[in-house]
Design a protein around this ligand. Structure first.
Ligand SMILES: [Zn+2]
Ligand SMILES: [Zn+2]
Length: 103
């Protein structure tokens, strides 16, 4: 007799505990997450954004412009600033001269 009412109660409480309606930041699909702060619909999407971020970070860190000759080069070391030893030494010499000349 009150089957509909009981049913709606069940569905309501069930949906509240089942998850939070979220939108995946990777594929843009809506999904139910266990945690309200969830960002990805699946481990696959999470993996995808981690890979993308790593790739972008690597690209930013590796491609540098040499301050001496202006060439874009791939830094072999994370702290590499110049494209070659020749440029590094040339800048070093220039700085030494400038420091000696300036009062
Ligand atoms: Zn997704
Ligand atoms: Zn250079």
């Amino acid at each position: 007799m009150t089957a509909n009412w009981d049913m709606s109660q069940f569905v309501d409480s069930h949906s509240r505990t089942a998850g939070h309606q979220r939108t995946c930041t990777v594929c843009g699909r809506g999904f139910l997450a266990a945690r309200p702060q969830a960002l990805y619909c699946s481990s696959r999407c999470k993996q995808a954004i981690l890979l993308r971020r790593r790739h972008e970070a690597g690209r930013l860190h590796r491609h540098r412009r040499c301050p001496r000759c202006g060439d874009v080069f791939v830094a072999r070391r994370s702290d590499g600033v110049f494209c070659s030893n020749a440029c590094r030494q040339a800048m070093h010499r220039k700085r030494m001269v400038r420091e000696r000349v300036l009062p």
